[in-house]
Design a protein around this ligand. Structure first.
Ligand code: GDP
Length: 335
């Protein structure tokens, strides 16, 4: 086996060969079908999905992956639509994916509203997919990562992963994209919140939207953001996160935004950090899946199921030490 070959590649079913060919030909229907396959929780679908991904893997990695996060109302869909149309006019093909774990918590999806990005939806060069609805943040993120690879294989050269600015989803999305961008409103309260949440550290770019409403407040917000960004340790010694101002509604600032995305890619490619970041992300992803898999195996283990509640009670009552109980429970995992 050659070190450059995939040691886990297998054979594809005839239907899946057609699916792979369709994705490679850039057919949106085939792409949507392939994403539905990877989102399925059925065991046989999971196995097929992995074969499809294996077959497509050599054709992935050619897009720039951009994460965009902002609170509801920050203007994410307006911005992505304006940017998307601007990019398509310049020959790009754009896929928009979403990570919205709120659907699994509240039963309703913040990003799932079908009326979003109406103009972009109608463009042949755009592919828009709402967040997978089932599962935890980790589960949603895993499906989105795989969907991203499928979109790349289908020839989309710009992938946007959108998320709401709540909870852990920002860190998760930052861990799957090349460039993570915070979309902010021009009011002073916002930046303080972000600093508190430790979000500034993961921003590669800050974009203050709705600059048309109050240019003076926008200038103040920009200065505050610049200060805040100076205070945190930068992810790359070669990149100082810029603070841009745009008006998504008036479609202003798109060229400036894109220029900075390209500059980021070129700068980090030059320093070797671009590929390095992707390698780290892939390995981190593998370990996350290993940990999630081990956890699941532990919970499903018959021996664990039998003794977990008894030992938990014993630990609560102070009769058994947590370490001894953990040791005894983990011993069930031995084959
Ligand atoms: P999302 O929840 O982050 O996706 O936000 P939306 O894109 O739905 O925007 C929320 C509201 O802000 C909508 O009414 C938009 O029309 C408005 N909006 C978005 N961008 C701008 C902007 O640049 N200027 C102004 N004045 N309004 C905007």
């Amino acid at each position: 086996m050659n070190a450059r070959e995939n040691p886990l590649s297998g054979t594809l079913l005839p239907d899946d060969q057609t699916l792979v060919a369709g994705v490679l030909a850039g057919q949106r229907r085939a792409l949507a079908k392939a994403i539905t396959l990877i989102e399925s929780t059925r065991g046989d679908h999971r196995a097929r999905a992995q074969q499809v991904l294996n077959a497509l893997l050599p054709k992935t990695g050619n897009a720039i992956r951009v994460g965009i996060s902002g609170v509801p109302g920050a203007g994410k869909s307006t911005f992505i639509e304006a940017l998307g149309v601007w990019l398509i006019e310049r020959g790009h093909r754009l896929a928009v994916l979403a990570v919205d774990p709120s659907s699994s918590i509240s039963g309703g999806s913040i990003l799932g509203d079908k009326t979003r990005m109406e103009t972009l939806c109608q463009k042949e060069e755009a592919f828009i997919r709402p967040s997978p609805s089932a599962g935890s943040l980790g589960g949603v993120a895993e499906k989105t990562r795989e969907a991203m690879l499928l979109c790349e294989a289908a020839g989309y050269d710009v992938i946007i992963v959108e998320t709401v600015g709540v909870g852990q989803s920002e860190t998760t999305v930052a861990g799957m994209v090349d460039l993570f961008c915070l979309l902010q409103l021009p009011n002073a309260g916002d930046d303080l919140q972000a600093i508190k949440k430790g979000i500034v550290e993961i921003a590669d770019m800050v974009v203050i939207n709705k600059a048309d409403i109050d240019p003076q407040a926008t200038a103040v917000a920009r200065a505050q953001w610049r200060n805040a960004l100076h205070l945190v340790r930068r992810a790359s010694p070669h990149w100082e996160p810029p603070v841009l101002t745009v008006s998504a509604l008036q479609k202003e600032g798109m060229a400036d935004f894109w220029e900075n995305v390209v500059k980021y890619r070129d700068t980090l490619t030059g320093s070797g950090e671009f590929e390095q970041k992707r390698r780290h992300q892939s390995l981190a992803w593998m370990w996350q899946l290993i940990e999630a898999g081990l956890h699941e195996r532990f919970r499903e283990n018959p021996g664990v199921q039998e003794s977990l509640s008894r030992l938990s009670q014993s630990v609560e009552a102070g009769l058994t030490t947590p370490a001894a109980a953990a040791h005894a429970l983990l011993a069930h995992l031995k084959y």
